[in-house]
Design a protein around this ligand. Structure first.
Ligand code: GUN
Length: 287
């Protein structure tokens, strides 16, 4: 079997067009959706992500504000900026790009953001609401994955789903979202004893481990849906410098029924759902 490709670029374009329409309708009512992005330090990958987020805002008619700080900035400076943005009614979303330099307590920074403007969905209040199945801002990457599964009509009720990775950003919220849609969810991680035992039983596998080409075809049940959240840059070999996911695409596509590529899979959907959350926040503010 050769898997069909679940094209994140195509789905992102469709959803972003809807968001742009929503943004222009809101602008006509006098409210311009606005996202503030804070970038601290000189992590090159973070700089690229932030640049892409700002560019996506511009294309969708969402105003963006970018604040950049040196890695040795006083934490107070960043907290003061967050407080100012929290109080500014023209700002609907606040995003602090992670990771932060070591002298920051990330949880403290994330919790300084007003839950009403937490478009990343990382604040403990929003995370708790998600866990309880209540309205919150959903973290963008797992929400993007859910949209992709929905767009491909992947059945979730009663499906065996395996999430590899237990991060607060992807693995944990991913598991909760799949669970809320009726999947039977197993969360695997670096301490899992026999990973392949779990993945070979899965109708849906979501790989979010940060290890290039980690999930290989022999670990996948024939006909499974494979979602690759990884974005890794290959260090050596003939493909050095190229992006690849956590899934060994070439072997996995021979076993899976549906698979997301890297690049062009989950990545574009993450930014799309950030725009969706920002628009939703602006709508709530306008209501
Ligand atoms: N770092 C890696 N992914 C993300 C994300 O989705 N949001 C933020 N703020 N930082 C990240």
């Amino acid at each position: 079997m050769t898997a069909s490709i679940l094209d994140g670029n195509a789905l992102a374009a469709t959803v972003r067009a809807e968001i742009a329409q929503g943004a222009s309708a809101l602008i006509a009512q006098g409210v311009t959706p606005c996202l503030a992005v804070l970038l601290v330090g000189d992590n090159p990958a973070s700089a690229v992500y932030v640049r892409n987020k700002v560019a996506a805002c511009e294309k969708a008619g969402v105003r963006s504000l970018k604040f950049e700080y040196a890695s040795d900035v006083a934490a107070e400076t960043v907290f003061d900026k967050i407080a100012e943005l929290n109080a500014d009614p023209s700002v609907h979303g606040i995003l602090v790009q992670l990771p932060l330099p070591k002298h920051f307590d990330e949880n403290k920074v994330l919790e300084a953001i007003s839950p009403a403007k937490d478009v990343d969905g990382f604040h403990a209040e929003n995370f708790g609401l998600l866990l309880q199945g209540r309205k919150s801002f959903y973290p963008c990457t797992p929400w993007g994955v859910m949209k992709m599964l929905e767009s491909a009509n992947v059945p979730l009720k009663g499906a065996e789903a395996v999430v590899i990775g237990r991060s607060n950003i992807v693995g944990k919220p991913m598991a909760v979202m799949l669970l809320s849609q009726g999947a039977t969810v197993t969360v695997c991680h670096s301490q899992t004893k026999d990973l392949a035992f779990h993945t070979r039983r899965a109708d849906i596998v979501v790989a979010a481990v940060g290890k290039p080409k980690f999930l290989t075809g022999d670990m996948i049940k024939p006909g499974a849906v494979v979602i690759d959240v990884g974005i890794n840059r290959l260090q050596d070999g003939p493909d050095a410098g190229k992006l690849c996911g956590d899934v060994d695409f070439d072997s996995a596509k021979e076993v899976a029924s549906l698979i997301t590529p890297v690049p062009g899979g989950v990545g574009p959907m993450t930014i799309t759902m950030l725009l969706a959350n920002t628009l939703e926040s602006a709508r709530r503010a306008a209501a």
